[in-house]
Design a protein around this ligand. Structure first.
Ligand SMILES: Cc1ncc(C[n+]2csc(CCOP(=O)(O)OP(=O)(O)O)c2C)c(N)n1
Length: 572
């Protein structure tokens, strides 16, 4: 039976069919739907971990204990999980372990374009990369075979275009692999130097064996058309584009991007007119081939930035562009905070008070965009707290700055920064924007929401108690819609020499869709103050401010900033 599926759903299905028992993940576009779909299967366990490092450690533990396990994350999540990743390559696994990692060429929803293939090489872990949904499902099953055959974790890489495209997927039965017996084996699982030195030798031997083995795999294949034609080496979504743009080219499709099946590609190169490598981001395959003495062309024709696409390949090969709809032709729609977003009033205040804001990653990063224009920095999840501490230390405590972080991000990696600020006494002010969800990635639960991945009730980590337990004495809790209370709290907190924390609470406006009274405009004096909050429901009309009743959520933030009381709630 076939079913139309999102590739991420197909990966979840592949894990189910492979007999995976335990999955642990942290959300991150474009990987999030893998966990969300896997948990829907019967007889499996899946969870949101507070961050990717924990998620991978859970999966490693489950695999060592004897159950097939999976961990899923976006590319930057693999940075967070890199510590256990590198050493799990040494310990090996007991039952199969697959780490699904989603790269985001073009940065549709990421802060950088890093290429995860380098993790595979430097951690000495094999990596598979599918081109479509059905292949993704099959590659997951293959990944578990490789994992157990070679006693290694296996990385499964996808990119945004593959993760978020649909395809028909052939459904198969679940392979009930059961749980393997676990045997204590310190030499294998306790990585202290004396043991790790010996395991490193095994890792190198495994690498060599894998290099040979991948050449025999059907997922690495040459597709010949004509020996007078050029040859293209590619993988992932680029394979689909190449088949469309260059139907006469010979193609070598790589399924294992690490190790690259070099001997097989060398043979392919000998049978084609000229060899090209087309790959997104870094010249990973190209450099591997060149280092092995296989002549090829690649990045002299293609950029290291952004995605490869049909028009990009056409342009590189001098083929005439057709009327294909390109991204450039689509009008730009810059992101804005939603109407009713509880983060809006906070940034209005921070901008008004002219404070420097070390920001973080979440919906609230949009506090950097005009007219709010409040956020000064955004580097990675959790960085807001450490960076504010750095601002303070650099200026002998004089910097007028505030760190702003979301609830999910605080639990992910902000709490350690707060412990550091208390311990090393910098007197930072941290604002936790608690909207009771992981908003940016589509409303996932986290340890402070009271629900688990299945949506079932779960124990709640109380943010105020956690903050106090870190040693913070100066803690204020405010309603994020109450702009005046936010302003008062920020003024008090930034005047203090102690570490201070403000928790601004209000659930994400998209969580509660019940009808609410909208805002009305009465005797507008056209002062324009409400335009400074950047609400998409507010615009300037011919006779003053206009509120779009479809978008308005009645949050009242505009009324709280209006100096003339001209914005009032319907029926109030
Ligand atoms: C290491 C890492 N993991 C995951 C992500 C994806 N991501 C971006 S923001 C975010 C969390 C947003 O939730 P929260 O901090 O509660 O803020 P909100 O969006 O709800 O305002 C996540 C998971 C990321 N950018 N980096």
């Amino acid at each position: 039976m076939k079913e139309l599926m999102l590739t991420n759903q197909a990966i979840a299905r592949g894990a189910y069919e492979a007999g995976v028992k335990v999955l642990s993940a942290y959300p991150g576009t474009p990987s999030t739907e893998i966990a969300e779909n896997f948990v829907k299967h019967e007889g499996v366990y899946a969870e949101w971990a507070p961050n990717e490092k924990v998620a991978l450690e859970v999966a490693i533990g489950a695999a060592v204990a004897g159950a097939r396990a999976m961990s899923c994350m976006k590319h930057v999540g693999l940075n967070v999980a890199a510590d256990p990743l590198f050493t799990a390559a040494y310990t090996g696994i007991n039952a199969g372990l697959v780490i699904a990692v989603a790269d985001d060429p073009g940065m549709h929803s990421s802060q950088n374009e890093q290429d995860s293939r380098f993790y595979a090489r430097s951690a000495h872990i094999p990596m598979l990369e599918p081109s479509d949904a059905n292949e993704a499902k099959e590659f997951v099953k293959l990944a578990y075979e490789i994992s157990e055959k070679f006693d290694t974790p296996v990385l499964l890489r996808e990119t945004t275009r593959v993760a978020h495209s649909h395809g028909f997927v052939e459904l198969c039965e679940r392979n009930e692999v059961g749980v393997r017996p676990y045997e204590k084996n310190a030499a294998k699982y306790v990585m202290m130097p004396a043991n790790a030195i010996k395991r490193h030798v095994i890792v190198e031997q495994r690498d060599k064996a894998l290099c040979e083995y991948v050449c025999s795999l059907a997922c690495n294949r040459a597709e010949y058309t004509n020996e007078n034609e050029i040859g293209i080496v590619c993988s992932g979504v680029v394979y689909e584009y190449v088949k469309e743009v260059l139907p006469n080219a010979n193609v070598y499709k790589i399924g294992t991007v690490h190790p690259v099946p070099v001997p097989a590609i060398r043979e392919f190169a000998g049978k084609v007119k000229e060899l090209y490598v087309i790959e997104e981001l870094e010249p990973f395959i190209e450099d591997t081939l060149k280092a092995a003495g296989v002549a090829c062309k690649g990045k002299e024709l293609f950029s290291l930035q952004g995605e490869i696409s049909v028009p990009v390949i056409k342009a590189a090969f001098g083929l005439s562009a057709d009327e294909t709809l390109t991204m450039e032709k689509v009008p730009a729609r810059p992101p804005v905070m939603c109407a009713g977003c509880p983060h809006r009033g906070v940034f209005y205040v921070l901008n008004k008070l002219k404070l420097s804001v070390t920001g973080d990653i979440g919906c609230y990063t949009l506090g950097a965009v005009p007219p709010l224009s409040a956020v000064d920095t955004c580097v990675c999840m959790g960085a807001s707290v450490g960076m504010s501490h750095g601002f303070k230390k650099a200026t002998d405590g004089e910097a007028k700055c505030v760190a702003v972080i979301g609830d999910s991000t605080f639990l992910h990696s902000g709490v350690t920064g707060l412990i550091n600020a208390v311990y090393n006494q910098s007197g930072i002010t941290l604002m936790i924007l608690d909207n009771s969800t992981t908003g940016m990635t589509g409303h996932q639960q986290h340890p402070a929401t009271g629900k688990n991945l299945k949506g079932e009730p779960a124990p709640v980590v109380l943010l105020d108690e956690l903050v106090r337990a870190c040693g913070v004495k100066d803690l204020a809790i405010v309603d994020a819609y109450d702009v005046k209370a936010v302003e008062k709290a920020v003024k008090a907190a930034t005047a203090s020499k102690e570490v201070s924390v403000i928790i601004a609470q209000r659930p994400c406006a998209l969580l509660d869709k019940s009808p609410k009274p909208k805002m009305n405009v009465v005797n507008c004096r056209n002062c324009g103050v409400c335009m400074r909050i950047g609400c998409p429901a507010i615009s300037k009309g011919e006779n003053g401010i206009v509120i779009d009743p479809i978008q308005c959520t009645g949050c009242g933030v505009c009324a709280n900033v209006c100096p003339f009381g001209s914005l009032v709630k319907e029926g109030v």
